[in-house]
Structure formats: C-alpha cells, structure tokens
Design a protein around this ligand. Sequence first.
Ligand code: GUN
Length: 304
Amino acid sequence: MPQILDGAAIAAAIKQDAKIEVEQLAAQGIQPGLAVILVGHVAASEIYVRNKVQSCAEVGLHSELITPPESVTTEEMLALVAQLNARDEIDGILIQLPLPAHVDAKRLLDAIAPEKDADGFHPINAGRVQSGRPALAPCTPAGVIEMLKRSKIEIAGKHAVVVGRSDIVGKPAAMLLLHENATVTLCHSKTKDLAAITRQADILVAAIGRPGFITSEMVKPGATLVDVGINRINTREEFDRFFKGNEKREAAFAKRGSVIVGDIHPAAFELSSAYTPVPGGVGLLTVAMLMANTVRAAKLRRGL
Ligand code: GUN
C-alpha cells in the first residue's frame, strides 16, 4: 500500500511552527502582518482569501484585507502597494490573482517590495531562489519541498521530474528540488516522448493543469507522486474516466454535481510508494507556506 502524504497534517505542523515563531517575536514586541488585496468578486478568490485571513488569526499574525472594487485602476493599485510598502507593521503583501483584465498584474507584482513579497512572485525573489540565496520562495513549490522533507522522503540523488514550467510552480519547483540535490528534469507541453521521461522519475511533480493527465503508463512503480493539480470535473463521462466504482466520490458527485481531480490519474497512485491526494494534499500547504513566508519576511526585514 502506498503512503498517503497527508496535506492537512503537514499544513497543521507548518502552521504550528509559524505560531511558535510568532510567539517568540511577540516577546520582542513584534507582530508580523500580512496585507491581502482582493479585487472584485471572483468566487474562488473569495474562498482562498478567507482561508488566508483565517490562517493568519490561527497563527497569531496581524492581517488586513483590502477589497478595491472591480473598477480599480492600475494606478490606484500602484498607489495602494506603495502605501503598504512604506508601512512598518506590514511584513507581507499579497495581491490575489487573477486580477481584472484591465489591471496590469505584472506591473503590480513587480511594484511590491521584494522583502514584503509573501507570495514569492517578484523577479528578485525568483533570482534569489535560482541562486540559492535567502529568499521568499513561491508558496506552492516551497510546500512541495516541505511535504517531502517532513514525510522523510529522500530527495538527494533522486531523479525528480517536474511536468509544467509555470513561473509560479514548475520552474521554482525544479530549482528548489535542485537545491535539495535531486537530479532534475523539467518537462512541458513541447517535450517529446514525455512518458519515457516521466517513467524515469523517482519523484514526479505534476503541475500541468489538466485533469488526470499523468496516467499509470507514465509512472515508474514505486515512485513518489506529487500532484499539484486542482481541476474541477462536472461531466459524467469525465467522472467515469477517473472515479468509476468509487463510492465516496460517487456520493460527492451526486451531491455537488462536480468533484476535484488532480493532474495525476487516481489509478496511477496505486503504483506509487507515496502520493499526495487531491484534494487533501499539496493544496493545503500553499496557505501554510504563506504563513511561514510572512514570518520569514518579518525576520529577514529586521535582520533576525
Ligand atoms: N490565485 C490562485 N493562487 C494564488 C496564490 O497562490 N497567490 C495569489 N496571489 N493568487 C492566487
């Protein structure tokens, strides 16, 4: 039986560690603070942001939720970021994505002071991650590393194959795995004979954004499977492709009319030595790592 890498348990442990650090900072009169900017009313973003603000309270961080209207301009957002950059009680600034199309997201993300970039999206932090310097790394790939380490899964010397080359997940995941001394292959939509490469993976990280894209034939038996994908499926045909005969999922599908599947076909998990489930795996670590990053930002900015 494969080991199930429990995102909820590991997220709770990361938050507990952050909480202890927050208590130590409180003894020095410091309370790290996170500002979260949520523009407009995107339903999924509202849920994510609620989780983030709630997690701040659990860990003992100060948080501020700022909710400009959908009509906000890039200039107004730049002014807001400049104010937050200048405020000493704010250690982390997060702009929830996606932003409305008329707002220049890249310009805004680049305007966040790198030392307050809790999401780790600023090019300065990307460069610091790449060169192995102290950095605020993007939360999801940082969570993948924490998941592996805290589950005592050896990374050094292993062949880690990352599928997906986004700036937020795939690229930084490859860098962080490299710094842990894995031999890393980064694959993408133009990779030739992808299955031949993924079958060599001791650790396979799937961050493609396509439901069940990695099938059993693409996995080496005994591999560790890390599934970063969160895809909602709502047709009977798709449901049957992934979950036919699964009573628990059937009940969820009947109740909600949709279920979540990762980028790895659930049948492939059975071949693995360990895997991250979806939901309940890597997804839960992103918010936990945001808490860790905010505490880290507070310390780094004060030279602690
Ligand atoms: N939208 C979806 N995921 C994220 C995230 O991790 N950070 C931000 N800022 N926006 C997101």
